[in-house]
Design a protein around this ligand. Structure first.
Ligand code: C2E
Ligand code: MG
Ligand code: MG
Length: 333
């Protein structure tokens, strides 16, 4: 039997278990005793080969125990960790980075994606991958998301007032925010308070945000569009939404996920998928942004296939405010 992909020990902390589960797509589970001795291995294939129901029952019991232990850990740790996040918001420890979006035809920076970071006094700069999932689980994403929206709109207005290139800012929205009835009134209030014209704001939604509660989501979508705020579908092709969603939700922009962009000039499968996505977006009248462009070859290939807006390390990594302003100064206004 090949080496197990993931091992969970009873002593594993929740963080370790989660990290292991995320790192590997779990296909087999190794059950070990407290002493580290092997108690059993469950794989997709041998699950069906276990003939002795008692053996299976024993393993399931161990697994159930483990699951219970993990969820107890989670319930114990969540409020504690959430408290840290709430405190961080109060202390002003969240900050925004901006990743430029380049229009290749005009050679101008036409937009920026807003990406949140946590400057933790203990842990240093923490990436959103580490705290957004927790914030989503606990609902903290709603107040945090409101802060992000307001800070981003305030910044955009300030740039406009200083005569910098007018940019459309793209703010990521989690499904919890989209499901909140407070979202649209909150958006309205933020636009009024900051004075940002709605057309300079775009919200990025992922497919997972659309498949929940479809009727309500559709109504929210319409209200957002009525405000004049644009909507992009983020990471398209990596989630569960069917192509039909594209027809029903009037997006302004489709963002091609970086997994399709990677090595696109050398990977025929990525090229085929991306060409189809660009075509479809054009038919539906959505603009297209390619994400995660890391090389000149990727960008050139996409340009030849009629994608003209790019975001990725090849143009620039996400930058803190001052560095972003310096970056902008090197492009035509
Ligand atoms: P996303 O919205 O798909 O953001 C793009 C991510 O790809 C960013 O990671 C960005 O730094 C990274 N990236 C951009 N260009 C490249 C590239 O050329 N190569 C590679 N390897 N990576 C690239 P980041 O900033 O760590 O954000 C990760 C995710 O966290 C975001 O994915 C988004 O889902 C979430 N997130 C970030 N900020 C916010 C926020 O303000 N609100 C919410 N709800 N989610 C956020
Ligand atoms: Mg995004
Ligand atoms: Mg994305």
């Amino acid at each position: 039997m090949s080496a197990p992909l993931i091992q969970l020990h009873p002593g594993d902390s929740l963080a370790i278990a989660q990290e292991k589960l995320q790192r590997h797509r779990v296909r087999r589970i190794v059950v070990t005793g407290k002493d580290g001795a092997l108690r059993g291995i469950l794989t997709e294939s041998n699950l069906s080969q276990i003939l002795d129901p008692l053996e299976l029952f024993g393993m399931l019991e161990i697994l159930q125990h483990r699951v219970k232990q993990l969820s107890e850990d989670r319930d114990r740790l969540l409020p504690h960790k959430n408290l840290h996040l709430q405190q961080a918001l109060k202390n002003g420890e969240f900050l925004l980075y901006y990743q430029p979006q380049l229009d290749i035809e005009s050679q101008r920076i036409i937009g920026a994606e807003v990406l949140v970071r946590w400057q933790s006094p203990e842990q240093g700069l923490v990436s959103p991958g580490e705290f957004i999932p927790l914030a989503e689980m606990t609902g903290f994403i709603v107040p945090l998301g409101e802060w992000i929206l307001k800070a981003a709109c305030t910044q955009a207005v300030q740039w406009q007032q200083r005569g910098l290139t007018p940019l459309q800012i793209s703010v990521n929205l989690s499904s919890k925010q989209l499901q909140s009835p407070q979202l649209v009134p909150c958006l309205k209030a933020i636009l009024a308070e900051t004075g940002l014209e709605a057309r300079w704001l775009k919200l990025e939604l992922t497919e997972s945000a659309l498949v929940e509660n479809v009727d309500f989501t559709m109504a929210q979508f319409r209200l957002i569009k009525e405000l004049g705020v644009a909507i992009a579908i983020d990471d398209f092709g990596t989630g569960y939404a069917s192509l039909g969603y594209l027809q029903h939700f009037p997006f302004d922009t489709l963002k091609i996920d970086r997994c399709f962009v990677e090595n696109i000039h050398q990977n025929p499968k990525n090229a085929a998928i991306t060409k189809a996505l660009i075509n479809m977006a054009q038919q539906l009248n959505f603009s297209v942004v390619a994400e995660g462009v890391e090389t000149a070859e990727e960008m050139e290939f996409l340009r030849q296939h009629h994608c003209y807006t790019f975001q990725g390390f090849f143009i620039s990594r996400p930058l803190p405010t001052a560095a972003f302003e310096t970056f902008l100064a090197n492009y035509p206004a």
